[in-house]
Design a binder for this molecule. Structure first.
Ligand code: RET
Length: 247
C-alpha cells in the first residue's frame, strides 16, 4: 500500500491533488448556482455537469489524502531515480471516478446531439469497457497489462468515432446553434480523451514518470475535461430549448 510504496506521491503531489479538489468543489457550486436561474425543466445539463465535478471533488479528496491507492510491483525496474523502486503507487480511485463521470460526460454531449437512447446506451457501455480495461491493466504487473491497454484504446476509438461522426451529423440536423455548441464540446472532448491513454502509458503502464508527475498530467486533463468542458457546455446551451433535443 501507499505507506510502503517506494514509488509514491510526495507532499507536492498531495498539495496539487488538494488544489484540484478545491477547483472541482467551486465548479460544482457554480454549476448548481447557475441552475437556479433556470426553470426545473431546463436544468438537465446543469445537474449532469455538477454531478461530474462533485464526484471528481471526492476522488481528489481521496487522492489528496493518499487514499484509494494500492502498490503494484512492476516486473521491470527502471534506473531513472524518480521511478525506480519495487512498489509503484496506483490510484485505483481514479477509475471509480471515471466509471461514473465518463458516462455522464457522454450523456452531456450525446444528449446535445439529440441522439436516440439506444446509441447513447451503447456508447456508454463501450466507454465502461474502456475504463475497466484501463483499471485492470493498471493493476496487472506483467506485460499482459498492454493487452488491456489495447482493448481500452479500441473502445476509445469507437467512442470518439460516435462523437465526431454520428453525433455531429445529428446535431447539424437540429440547427446551426446546436451544431456549433456540439462541435465545440465534441472536439474539445475528442482531443482531450486521446491524451488520457498517453498519461496512462507513462504512469500506470510504463512507470516512466513519477506519481507526482502523474498527478500533474491527469490533474490538468481532468480540469480541462470536467470544469472547463462543463462551462463550455452550459454556455453553449444558454439559448437552446431542451424540447428541440427531445428532452
Ligand atoms: C485508459 C487506459 C486504457 C486505454 C484508454 C484509457 C482512456 C481513458 C480516458 C479517460 C477519460 C477520463 C475523463 C475523466 C474525467 O474528466 C483507461 C487511461 C483509452 C479517455 C474524461
Amino acid at each position: 500500500n501507499g505507506a510502503t510504496a517506494d514509488i509514491a506521491i510526495t507532499s507536492h503531489g498531495s498539495d496539487w491533488y488538494w488544489t484540484v479538489c478545491a477547483l472541482m468543489t467551486v465548479s460544482s457550486i457554480a454549476f448548481i448556482g447557475l441552475s437556479f436561474g433556470k426553470p426545473r425543466t431546463h436544468r438537465l445539463f446543469h445537474y449532469i455537469t455538477a454531478a461530474i465535478t462533485m464526484v471528481a471533488a471526492i476522488a481528489y479528496f481521496t487522492m489528496g489524502s493518499d487514499l484509494g491507492e494500492t502498490g503494484i510491483r512492476p516486473e521491470f525496474i527502471r534506473t531513472n531515480p524518480k521511478v525506480s523502486g519495487t512498489l509503484r503507487e496506483i490510484f485505483y480511485v481514479r477509475y471509480i471516478d471515471w466509471v461514473i463521470t465518463t458516462p455522464l460526460l457522454l450523456m452531456d454531449i450525446l444528449l446535445t446531439a439529440g441522439l436516440p437512447w439506444p446509441t447513447i446506451l451503447y456508447t456508454v457501455l463501450i466507454d465502461e469497457i474502456m475504463i475497466i480495461t484501463g483499471l485492470t491493466g493498471a493493476l496487472v504487473t506483467s506485460s499482459y497489462k498492454w493487452g488491456y491497454f489495447v482493448f481500452g484504446c479500441l473502445a476509445l476509438f469507437w467512442v470518439v468515432w460516435t462523437l465526431v461522426w454520428t453525433g455531429r451529423k445529428h446535431a447539424a440536423a437540429i440547427g446551426s446553434d446546436v451544431s456549433k455548441t456540439y462541435i465545440i464540446v465534441g472536439t474539445w472532448t475528442a482531443f482531450l480523451w486521446f491524451l488520457y491513454p498517453i498519461a496512462w502509458g507513462l504512469s500506470e503502464g510504463g512507470n516512466i514518470i513519477s506519481p507526482d508527475s502523474e498527478a500533474v498530467f491527469y490533474g490538468i486533463l481532468d480540469i480541462m475535461a470536467k470544469p472547463v468542458f462543463g462551462a463550455l457546455l452550459i454556455w453553449g446551451h444558454r439559448g437552446i430549448e431542451p424540447g428541440r433535443l427531445g428532452i
